[in-house]
Design a binder for this molecule. Structure first.
Ligand code: VGL
Ligand code: ZN
Length: 198
């Protein structure tokens, strides 16, 4: 079965020194590059937020980063400002092998809604178009890597499993934010959805 490697948000702001740094985030870049040759296609995602994005704590009066608010589409964690469109932090890690990517999916560019998953925005309804791209190319087996394990990687992998793809997560090539036990919860939710943790 043709298979794709989906590299989630391997961006400067999620690596040490970035605005929403994930511990050890830079350590996974070389392993991800090495994995690419084993796949029929490589997909990169890029978190890509406008200045007025509703997931930024500083766009909510008095809100602290890492607190949760209720949005029309459900609960939403408020993050430090990160991956602002065209800012250096929104760029891919400089060592990532971007040239070999078949397609780059941007997400989170609508001010009113966040998008952790590469397939659906956080309302679980608005589609990014990635499912159609993969199906048209017959890429029904997917392995996920990248940042962050417990948010964008997990949400993407769970959506892919629900959509009927054969899904794995290569955990050594991910790193977690681990907010209030979110890594363990993400692992439990992925297993329950039929995602293979490799
Ligand atoms: C992510 C929080 C906010 C991620 C993106 O890539 O996991 N997390 N935006
Ligand atoms: Zn984001």
């Amino acid at each position: 079965m043709p298979k794709a490697l989906i590299v989630i948000d391997a961006q400067v702001d999620f690596c040490p020194g970035g605005r929403l740094a994930v511990e050890g985030g830079d350590q996974i870049i070389a392993p991800i590059n090495d994995l690419m040759a084993d796949y029929d296609a490589v997909v990169l995602t890029q978190d890509w937020h406008p200045e007025n994005h509703s997931s930024f704590a500083d766009n909510h009066d008095g809100a602290e980063p890492f607190s949760t608010v209720e949005m029309p589409y459900g609960p939403q964690v408020l993050w430090p400002r990160h991956c602002v469109i065209n800012s250096p932090g929104a760029g891919f890690h400089p060592a990532l092998a971007v040239d070999v990517a078949d397609v780059i999916i941007r997400k989170g560019y609508r001010p009113e809604i966040d998008s952790y998953s590469a397939f659906f925005e956080n309302d679980h309804q608005t589609r990014t178009g990635l499912e159609g791209y993969l199906r048209e190319r017959g890429l029904m087996s997917l392995d996920f890597v990248g940042l962050a394990h417990d948010f964008c990687v997990a949400w993407s992998a769970i959506d892919a499993a629900k959509l009927g793809f054969n899904v794995g997560v290569i955990e050594d090539a991910t790193r977690a934010i681990d907010l209030n036990g979110s890594k363990k919860a993400a692992q439990d939710n992925m297993r329950a959805a039929g995602v293979m943790l490799k």
